[in-house]
Design a protein around this ligand. Structure first.
Ligand code: 26Q
Length: 818
């Protein structure tokens, strides 16, 4: 687009949108209406490239990747689309001329929060990179009516509020009813012989109509626009049928309810399965629709279904879309007439699986009864996949039934989705080096032994276009000036050119001024949203991510309590003022996580209002952490807290966003932190705590006894006692008892301190002390911060996508001229 932006044309497009959509003149439009008008004008530019891209796919008869995911955490689209059209500054100016402020307009857009956390945001970054690199791709997902709940903090507690992101309509989406397709649930399977072969017919089912909505995914400056296709469910209208009788009436109402429920809401669990029937319905719904469409599209230009995999890859984003394996089998066998062996060959050359977790509570298992009742024909296929897979295990390990127990897809009355994903895929990947090693050597060891060639690593990445160019415009501009090129926008390793300025006094001064401006921007946000004054000269120490015990927000806040106790003992304690910033949503049913939010807010309440500590510590809990405010938060951070129990965080991607914005990592040797340290040097990070091997070693021996620490360590004892003596909750001294118990196991039968918080406490406190010392030497700190930015090149999702393409998808780039 770049060259031919026409301000006057853009203005006319806006005015026309206001007129036709709202019957209004510019001067009478509300901010929301103006946002909509700007979005329509931008969409107008996009659509030409969108059409051209798809014409080019057909012309080149390209291979496609379908990125199948229950989650796409897209955030806001307007700013990102303008950036990728290379029209951001032009549009900003055009709007200024009309007396309009682009920032205010962007703030009118609700986040598209169709995801929980890392897994969903990764999918969004991948779409951005795929389009920017010019690879033919579809994202396939669900158009949830309510995305991730919005978080309110009331009296220190999280309250969940429905996310009505579609109330004003979504200006970028295009409803494609011509691609609607039926998805069937329940009933029974009738087997008949006809034409010398067996046929399987699903009868007595309920069905819904899957209707796709397409969202444009704009590549950066290359005229490529890919598609995120999200499916909505609509009732199939039985009321219109002629054979209207009582039975049909019942069925019609039931089908209407089924359709209403399926896409209603995103499950707000991160790294935890709920095992709810509706969730399985959601999975089959979007997978069946997506696979049906992929097959139909292929058949438009190709005759031989046995070569389907030559033109299509399905990437399964965790186990959530695994039903794609038996669904593709079903279509190939029942509808396309392939033999089992032919269909299996195609399926296992089409599907590839990405694992995002080793947490056992996140492994998806479905009761066989439920699976069979909901998906009777698909279940028959799963049963046969399992029968053949078990046969293969027995051939390979004769007499070794423990191998069958360890690997069977159907076991103990359950369908083990991860095992089905592995059996049905030609590629299985982890998301960071350490994570992939743990999969191969621990969690999925038997599978690795059987089929080592399937396993590979793809270290995660993030898009610098959103998290630097859009989120931190000051730093982005500075980087371009310093290294003399904006090539880093599509080639992040170029940012290495900053390294030579790390010790340059002038560059340091400029860098610090930018960080300071970004801290002011965040301080203003915090003042407006939390009513708390924070000191932009203090160290901004940030932990933002989903709330989960393994991520150890508790370790962070216990350390704040410890620091506070030291300041109470000695108000003149020499320390650099610190602002501890938290942001986290807890799954609605995760009691302990929600109590941890309350604890953070209770500590904040006391600490922030105690004049005796002279403002040396402030604690801020940012309400409603999401993609749009994340951009502001990363830009302002000095310290990036990445403190998961080693081995538990598959990768982490927030860690990369902080690094790119010049924060120093305070972290364990977990997930991608290991590779961050490899790139930036251990001397430019603050590393602490047990290693993954140590943690796994303890776990194999039943854990450790935190009572030994509690009994022998006065300081730790004093802090923990504050959880049960009302120090931070005078009205209810017992309030935090559950957290205390989780660490010491005085009541429950669970193991105590499963996440090694007390065991890592002093190592963490020492790392925090080193940070306090290091920050006093501003030349050193600034140098380390600049080096973090300079060495973040590896962590672009562009690099990750190139690796997926080379090792797994084998796509060709397209070129689009408009
Ligand atoms: C499963 C079944 C039923 C309901 C919910 C779920 C569910 C939903 C979301 C299970 C897991 C998730 C999300 C997992 C996730 O976000 N994992 C993160 O993935 C990132 C991208 O690879 C990694 O960087 C993180 O380390 C990992 O925690």
């Amino acid at each position: 687009m770049n060259t031919k932006f026409d301000k006057e044309e853009f203005k006319q497009a806006m005015i026309y949108a206001l007129k036709s959509k709202y019957r209004k003149k510019l001067e009478d439009a509300t901010p929301q209406e103006i946002f909509q008008a700007v979005a329509y004008a931008v969409k107008d530019i996009i659509v030409d490239e969108w059409i051209a891209t798809h014409k080019q796919y057909d012309k080149q008869d390209v291979k496609l990747v379908y990125y199948m995911s229950m989650e796409f955490l897209m955030g806001r689209a307007l700013g990102n689309n303008m950036i990728n059209l290379m029209a951001y500054d032009d549009i900003k100016e055009a709007l200024e001329k009309m007396g309009l402020d682009l920032n205010v307009i962007e703030d009118q857009e609700p986040d598209a929060a169709l995801g929980n956390g890392g897994l969903g945001r990764l999918a969004a970054c991948f779409l951005d990179s795929l389009a920017t690199l010019g690879y033919p791709a579809y994202g396939c997902g669900i158009r949830y009516r309510y995305g991730m709940f919005r978080q309110k903090i009331e009296n220190g507690y999280q309250v969940e509020v429905p996310d009505e992101w579609l109330v004003n309509g979504n200006p970028f989406e295009v409803r494609r009813s011509e691609y609607s397709t039926e998805v069937k649930f329940g009933g029974y399977v009738e087997e008949i012989w006809e034409g010398g072969r067996q046929h399987f017919i699903q009868r007595g089912y309920q069905s819904v109509m899957a209707v796709p909505y397409d969202l444009p995914i704009v590549g950066y400056g290359n005229n490529v626009v890919n598609t995120l296709r999200i499916w909505d469910a609509q009732p199939i209208n039985l009321f219109n049928l002629d054979s209207f009788d009582k039975g049909d009436y019942q069925k019609a109402v039931e089908q209407e309810n089924l359709a209403k429920n399926i896409c209603e809401v995103l499950y707000p669990n991160d790294n935890h399965t709920a095992g709810k029937e509706l969730r399985l319905k959601q999975q089959y719904f979007f997978i069946s629709a997506s696979v049906q469409r992929a097959v139909k599209k292929y058949k438009m230009h190709h005759g031989d279904m046995r070569r389907f995999h030559e033109k299509n890859s399905f990437q399964l984003n965790d186990t959530h879309p695994t039903v794609a394996v038996p669904e593709l089998m079903r279509i190939l066998i029942d509808e396309e007439g392939l033999t089992w062996d032919e269909a299996w060959e195609v399926t296992t050359k089409t599907c590839a699986y990405t694992n995002h977790t080793i947490m056992s509570e996140a492994l998806e298992k479905w009761p066989i009864d439920l699976f069979k009742r909901l998906l009777p024909r698909v279940y028959q296929i799963v049963d046969e996949i399992n029968r053949r897979f078990v046969e293969q295990i027995r051939r390979m390990y004769p007499g070794n039934e423990s191998k069958v127990a360890n690997m069977a897809i159907l076991y103990n009355g359950q369908v083990r989705m991860a095992y089905m994903a592995i059996a049905g895929s030609f590629s299985v990947n982890g998301v960071a080096k350490l994570h992939t090693e743990i999969l191969k050597n621990q969690e999925l060891r038997d599978f690795y032994e059987m089929t080592p060639w399937k396993f590979n690593n793809k270290t995660n990445g993030i898009t610098q276009r959103r998290f630097l160019l859009h989120g931190n415009p000051l730093l982005a501009k500075w980087v371009t000036e310093k290294i003399g090129t904006d090539a880093w926008i599509t080639d992040l390793p170029k940012i290495e050119g900053l390294a030579k300025f790390a010790e340059d006094p002038q560059a340091q001064k400029e860098f610090n001024e930018i960080k300071y401006q970004n801290k002011l921007r965040l301080a203003k946000y915090i003042k407006e949203n939390n009513g708390i004054d924070v000191d932009p000269n203090s160290i901004f120490d940030v932990q933002v991510k989903r709330l989960h015990e393994y991520k150890r927000q508790l370790l962070n806040i216990l350390h704040v309590m410890y620091l506070y106790s030291r300041l109470k003992d000695d108000p003149n304690l020499d320390m650099v003022p610190r602002t501890f910033i938290f942001g986290a949503k807890a799954a609605a049913g995760y009691k302990r996580a929600k109590l941890t939010i309350k604890l953070i807010n209770s500590v904040a309440e006391v600490v922030n209002n105690d004049p005796s500590i002279q403002g040396k510590i402030k604690v801020v809990f940012i309400e409603e952490y999401r993609v749009s405010n994340a951009e502001i938060i990363f830009a302002a951070a000095d310290v990036s807290e990445q403190i998961s129990t080693a081995s538990k965080e598959a990768s982490g991607t927030g860690n990369m966003k902080f690094m790119l914005n010049g924060a120093l990592t305070l972290g364990t040797m977990d997930g991608a932190n290991v590779e961050i340290v490899e790139e930036v040097g251990i001397e430019n990070a603050f590393i602490f705590g047990m290693s993954a091997d140590e943690v796994i070693g303890y776990e194999k021996n039943g854990g450790y006894n935190p009572m030994d620490i509690f009994n022998n360590d006065q300081t730790i004892r004093r802090i923990l006692m504050q959880l049960i003596n009302g120090y931070f909750s005078p009205q209810n001294p017992e309030l935090f008892r559950d957290i205390y118990d989780s660490l010491l196991n005085t009541k429950s039968s669970d193991r105590a301190d499963t996440y090694f918080i007390l065991k890592d406490f002093w190592s963490y406190a020492d790392a925090q002390r080193r940070i306090d010392q290091a920050y006093r030497n501003r030349e050193w700190w600034t140098k380390a911060a600049i080096l973090n930015v300079a060495h973040s090149g590896k962590f672009s999702s562009d690099r990750t996508i190139e690796e997926y393409v080379k090792d797994i998808w084998h796509l060709d780039k397209i070129k689009v001229e408009v």
